[in-house]
Write a protein that binds this ligand. Structure first.
Ligand code: HPA
Length: 223
């Protein structure tokens, strides 16, 4: 199962440029659009990501389902890295992005259960085990968390990362279905005695890369 890149171009939006060129990929005749939120060379730190430009660009291309793929830390000993989580909800107290600066509109944030289910089916049909459910907590970054912060977060959430809440909110505001595939690459600070290091997280994220890619390509092809 492979994807062909059939087009690649710079996009411009009312919110500025997306983090990377948009790639249009094709899997067995089905097309999808792809943006790298940290930039082509992974140089944009999480707190500097222009989520509005990224989400707007995808929406303006006609994207209906947004699948966010990213690295997270585990807040629970039972979610042992390397694992894959399809969370059911999120908490994002530190950063709330919006498209609604000029009108009074309030969404009620939710992830899309139908899309989440399709992703689970896609994984199961490939024999890939996923944790289905759980809460994602978004921190602002770029630093990792203190042990005290993680003790607090672990009471309310299952995984911690720096992007999904922003992307989920904006997707819903603009009318795209949203779900996330989270690659659990480390235990968060203090969980099971772990002291996570960024370079190590980056290195370990390669372990899940093929599996998350397979889930998404299979989804594009079949769902
Ligand atoms: N904390 C925040 N974001 C992350 C982590 C973490 O431990 N691992 C991967 N992304």
């Amino acid at each position: 199962m492979g994807a062909d890149i059939i087009d690649e171009f710079e996009a411009e939006t009312p919110y500025g440029k997306p983090s990377s060129k948009v790639q249009i990929i094709e899997v067995n005749g089905r097309k999808a659009s792809f943006i790298r939120r940290h930039g082509p060379e992974h140089t944009i730190p999480p707190h500097m990501i222009n989520h509005r430009a990224n989400i707007y660009a995808l929406h303006s291309l006609g994207v209906k389902n947004l699948i966010s793929i990213g690295s997270v830390g585990s807040l629970k000993e039972g979610i042992k890295p390397p694992a894959i989580v399809i969370p059911e909800d999120y908490i994002s107290p530190f950063r709330v992005d919006t498209f609604f600066d000029d009108k009074v509109e309030h969404i009620t944030p939710e992830m899309d259960d139908a899309l989440r289910n399709d992703l689970r089916e896609s994984a199961l049909s490939l024999g890939i085990e996923v944790h289905f459910g759980g809460v994602y907590l978004q921190t602002l970054g770029p630093r990792l968390e203190t042990k005290a912060e993680i003790r607090m977060y672990s009471r309310f959430a299952d995984i911690v990362g720096m992007t999904v809440g922003s992307e989920a909110t904006l997707s819903q505001e603009i009318g795209m279905r949203f779900a996330a595939i989270c690659s659990v690459d480390n235990y968060a600070h203090g969980i099971g005695g772990e002291v996570p290091e960024f370079r190590e997280i980056l290195e370990r994220s390669k372990i899940n890369q093929e599996r998350t890619k397979a889930i998404v390509l299979n989804f594009i092809e079949k769902y």
